[in-house]
Design a binder for this molecule. Structure first.
Ligand code: JBH
Length: 246
C-alpha cells in the first residue's frame, strides 16, 4: 500500500516513522510519502489559507495550493488513489471503514486546519476519485493531522504481515465475529501476585473453554458499563453459537 499525506505540518507526521508503521515502512509493506502543502504555495509568504467568504471566524484553506499538490501527487503514482479527507463534518471512522480502506492500494490523506478546505477542492477531485470525508470523533481539534495518525495506525495494523500475531485481529474490540461489538475484557500477565493482588483463578486453570467463556462474560460486563449502546448491536445468536463452540 502507498500512503501519501499532504500537510502544512510535515513534522506532525514524524510518528509514522516509528513503531508499527515505521517497521512496516522499513519492511517495504508500506510506502509512506509526506508532502508539505507550502511547496505548492508560490506567493512570497507561501500563503495557504484566507478569510472565509460570507465572513465568520477562522481561516479557510485556499484551493490553488491543494489543486497543484494533489495533481502532483496523483500524477506521481499508478492508477487513482482514494482521497481521505479528515474533517469533523465527515462520516465516523470505524473499524469497518479501517478494514475497507486497508484493502485499497493507494490512499492520499489531506489533513486541513479546523475550518477546512475550500469546498471546490472536494468537488474537483470528487468528480474523478473516490473521496471519503471522515471524522475520528465529535470533539474539536485544531487540524486533521492527529486524525491521520489515528487512521493510518488503524489501517496499517490490518495489512497482512504487519501485525505479528494474526490472531490479534480476531479479538479486537469492534472486529467482526461473535465478540463483535463487545469491548475487550481485562488482561493480566506475570507476576502472579502484585501488591497483594492475584490473578482470576480461571485464567490459571488451563481450561480453554472456561477461559474463553470468562473472557466473553467479562467483555460483556465491561461493555454494559462503558458502552451500553453497543449491547443493542450485539447479536444474541452469535453468543449462542460461540457458547456451543467453547
Ligand atoms: O476527525 C475530526 N474530529 C474532530 N476534529 C477534527 C478537526 C480537523 C480534522 C478532522 C477532525
Amino acid at each position: 500500500m502507498r500512503l501519501d499525506v499532504v500537510t502544512i505540518f510535515p513534522e506532525y507526521l514524524e510518528p509514522l516513522n516509528v513503531s508499527l508503521v515505521g517497521k512496516a515502512r522499513a519492511r517495504g509493506q508500506l510506502d509512506v510519502r509526506i508532502h508539505d502543502l507550502r511547496d505548492w504555495a508560490h506567493d512570497k509568504h507561501n500563503t495557504v489559507d484566507d478569510t472565509p467568504y460570507g465572513g465568520g471566524p477562522g481561516m479557510v484553506m485556499k484551493p490553488e495550493p491543494w489543486g497543484e499538490a494533489l495533481d502532483s501527487v496523483i500524477a506521481s503514482g499508478e492508477g487513482r488513489p482514494t482521497l481521505v479527507v479528515p474533517t469533523p463534518s465527515g462520516k465516523p471512522f470505524t473499524q469497518q471503514l479501517a478494514v475497507e480502506l486497508s484493502e485499497k492500494p493507494w490512499l492520499v490523506f489531506t489533513p486541513a486546519r479546523y475550518e477546512g478546505i475550500d469546498r471546490r477542492v472536494i468537488e474537483e477531485y470528487g468528480d474523478r476519485l473516490d473521496v471519503r470525508e471522515v471524522s475520528i470523533g465529535d470533539y474539536v481539534l485544531a487540524g486533521g493531522e492527529a486524525p491521520v495518525l489515528v487512521m493510518v495506525e488503524a489501517i496499517a495494523r490490518l495489512l497482512p504481515g504487519v501485525l505479528g500475531n494474526a490472531e490479534s485481529h480476531r479479538d479486537d474490540s469492534f472486529a467482526p465475529g461473535a465478540m463483535a461489538d463487545l469491548l475487550e475484557g481485562p488482561v493480566y500477565t506475570k507476576p502472579p501476585e502484585w501488591r497483594g493482588r492475584g490473578i482470576p483463578d480461571v485464567l490459571l486453570s488451563g481450561h480453554h473453554g472456561k477461559i474463553a467463556r470468562w473472557r466473553r462474560d467479562e467483555a460483556f460486563r465491561r461493555t454494559v458499563v462503558n458502552r451500553p449502546d453497543l449491547i443493542e448491536r450485539t447479536d444474541p445468536a452469535a453468543f449462542d453459537k460461540k457458547d456451543r463452540e467453547m
